[in-house]
Write a new protein. Structure first.
Length: 132
């Protein structure tokens, strides 16, 4: 039986590899098997891997991420700053963006950001009517 994550950060599903459907899933609460320190370390590792992946995939534009997933690199940097603020830690918007982008934001934009196409802008307006 293969284990694959298919729920939130607190669930693990067991699914037979040969079963391509949803039959066979059994949710088990992760908190029963992980202590909080280990859970936090795993979540941090996943975050670092996500950021690394987004740095490697500079061809994927933020508007594409927003249109498909509802968040982008800027959202991650904003969440980083909000987490720092919640702990009383001084972090500027520029510093949080550099953590996510791996370089100053303006440098990343100059190297990688392209003008959004009419199709991308239309998809964004449709999926985020309150943000355009």
């Amino acid at each position: 039986m293969a284990r694959r994550g298919c729920g939130g950060p607190y669930l693990v599903c067991e699914k037979p590899v040969e079963d391509a459907g949803l039959r066979g899933y059994r949710e088990q609460p992760m908190e029963a098997t992980l202590d909080e320190k280990t859970r936090i370390e795993l979540e941090a590792a996943v975050y670092r891997r996500l950021v690394e992946h987004l740095r490697e995939r500079s061809d994927v534009q933020n508007i594409d991420l927003m249109n498909l997933a509802g968040f982008c690199r800027n959202c991650l940097s904003n969440w980083m700053k909000e987490a720092a603020d919640a702990r009383g830690l001084a972090m500027s918007k520029d510093a949080s963006r550099e953590i996510v982008y791996g370089m100053p934001y303006e440098e990343w934009r100059a190297k990688h950001q392209k003008d959004a196409t009419a199709e991308q802008r239309a998809a964004f307006a449709k999926s985020h009517p309150h943000q355009h």
